[in-house]
Design a protein around this ligand. Sequence first.
Ligand code: GLN
Length: 485
Amino acid sequence: MRPLHHLTARQLRDLFLAKEVSAVQIAKHFLSRIEEHNASLGAFLSIFAPQTLIKAEALDKKRAHNEPLGKLAAVPIAIKDNMHMKGEITTCGSRFLSQYRAPFTATAVSLLDHEDALFLGKTNLDEFAMGSATANSAYFPSSNPWDLSCVPGGSSGGSAAAVAARLSLMATGSDTGGSIRQPAGFCGLVGFKPTYGRVSRYGLVAFGSSLDQIGPLTTSVEDAALMMEVIGRHCSQDATSLDLPAETYPLSPHLEKGTVIGVPWHFLQTLSPEAKANFQQAIDAMQNLGAKIIEIDLDILKYSIAVYYILATAEASTNLARFDGIRYGLRSKSATTLEEIYDYSRKEGFGREVKKRIMLGTYVLSAGYQDAYYKKAQKVRTLMLDAFDTAFAKCDTIMIPVATSGAFKHRAISDPVEMYLQDIFTVPANLAGLPAISVPSGYDGRGMPLGVQFLGPQMCDVALMQYAYAYEMATRHAKIPGAYE
Ligand code: GLN
């Protein structure tokens, strides 16, 4: 039998259902991998060793009694630490919440639990999911399993590192401007950001409420589809949840006849020659499958970084107002008056990047500047939606790279604007609420993974997953990093 961590989530579940492996064996296997590798990877902030084994025993009993088992029976899953699990600490990668125990469970996590997933622990992230390298965690940075001197991307870097090193077979991420897709791309994984509203945000600590979506990080498209079948459900606790029936995701390696793919070449001018060549190969692979490739105009997306960093900071500044030292998290010990509680708790609890974004967001929302920045950014966001509508009238899916290059070294980017510019290819899908998936597309000269994205019209999550699957089956770039085989 192949080592358990070489399997996909679906294969492992089937093995468990066929009684070839027990849930306790699975739990022990992955917990011991975490024990061996977590210190060097910095992937997990907390590990649920006793709880995982208790649940595994319960699953084995269920199986012994021939009780029905869920779609994710005994599948090891890691949860990004900005999603609540009742009774467990949710740090959000922040000192502010280092002791904060969640009073309830996020809907997405409950749905996974309901389908008998095996939770291994909570993963590291940039503080409040603000960052592109997991370097803004208040605890420790995470590293890329392909090269520990490189970042795993962010903000779901802990989730990506955990799955790439096969410490878990699946993980949840949250994506406000690329935080699922960019780490998936940097670590050679599949990462899916669903249509806005497809997955409930209830129990996800809010960053940019009009942009945030939860989604899977997995080793294959099939596993991403499997997780989506479980978490892509209407939820009455989230006012923006789509009130639609849950979808199933049938996958075929064949591309539907007449599929048209749009490529916004003009928007991709900043690509390095190496990234461009890799992207061209991905397009060629789709053409070989029978797709027709056309050029589309999405020039307006050159404003997407500016628009995103106005809207996301504005939303963050209001969302983070709730961390005041009274209601949630830490209260400064040196405060003596109410004013000081607010002041000192926020000063001591938040890190630099979070403070910067709160100030930026407060500025763009302030009376004198709201029209010039916030309202203008909203208008440009509408123009972007229009541009995508026009593009999707001509094509079924849009292909763009995940990032301008593969993973960079720790501390290689010190200029904050340069770091923000990293998100140029991922933020457009959030601004327009579109589903987008990143799939491994090969390796750069250093052997670091590269990724390609497929974007689809809103609600077309299932079709999008099919394009990604056809591409994945035709190219099969995903591998396990040598050190973790
Ligand atoms: N890198 C982006 C940011 O820092 C996206 C983060 C995210 O998607 N959570 O805002």
